[in-house]
Design a protein around this ligand. Structure first.
Ligand code: URA
Length: 217
């Protein structure tokens, strides 16, 4: 998706001083059946400019394939579009000295709010039939902190307003438009807990028939 220059400038200004690297734009067709909303790009996504292009992306593509969809069929974005990083001093055995590393990390609430104009812009342009929120960051960005994936995964939350930036641009308000949201575990969740693989596979098998039933394919 091409973002207008004013939008990029606005988000840059809102993000001043934050440990965020680069810009990885959301990608995919307009008016798709599915919009996937993740957390934030990692190093791989910033380097390749393709959202969900690393290990989590491989898991996500497997899930999409399980209901007959490919990357090109869906719109993919996330709550934050730059890479949140931390600064860590570690001892490198190879170099036999302390080196500084810049690993990926979860975005903060302030960073999510700073990037809110990107997500608001994308959702208005893309107008997906169904939003798949993968992980708590995405789900809370859409519906607020009362929603948790562990409780909501596998359900269809239909006809709901979502959070968007308020008039003062310093917090959120509910949208007039209504959306259908499908909360899912983040694809990286299986790297920390293999047992979730079954839940994830089962949850995706709810989305496929839902799209068919509604003629959204
Ligand atoms: N995780 C996300 O949420 N988005 C990406 O693009 C990659 C990993």
């Amino acid at each position: 998706m091409k973002y207008p220059k004013e939008l990029i400038d606005e988000v840059e200004k809102r993000s001043e001083g934050m440990k965020l690297e680069g810009l990885n734009k959301g990608a995919g067709p307009i008016h798709p059946a599915l919009m996937i909303v993740g957390e934030a790009p990692g190093r791989n996504e910033i380097q390749t400019q393709v959202p969900f292009n690393g290990d989590s992306g491989k898991e996500l593509m497997k899930s999409l394939a399980s209901i007959g969809l490919r990357r090109e069929d869906v719109y993919i974005t996330s709550a934050v579009r730059s890479r949140p990083y931390s600064i860590k001093k570690v001892f490198s055995k190879k170099e036999n000295k302390e080196v500084i590393k810049y690993p990926n990390r979860k975005p903060t609430k302030k960073e999510i709010l700073a990037h809110a104009p990107f997500f608001d812009y994308e959702i208005k342009k893309v107008q997906p039939k169904l939003i798949v929120a993968v992980g708590n960051t995405a789900l809370e960005r859409l519906l607020g902190p009362g929603y948790k994936i562990s409780k909501e995964h596998g359900k269809v939350i239909s006809n709901t307003p979502i959070l968007q930036l308020n008039q003062n641009k310093d917090g959120y308000e509910w949208s007039n438009e209504k959306y259908t949201i499908f909360p899912q575990y983040h694809p990286a969740a299986v790297f920390y807990n293999r047992k979730l693989a079954e839940d994830i596979a089962r949850d995706w098998q709810v989305i496929g028939p839902y799209l068919k039933e509604k003629n959204y394919e």
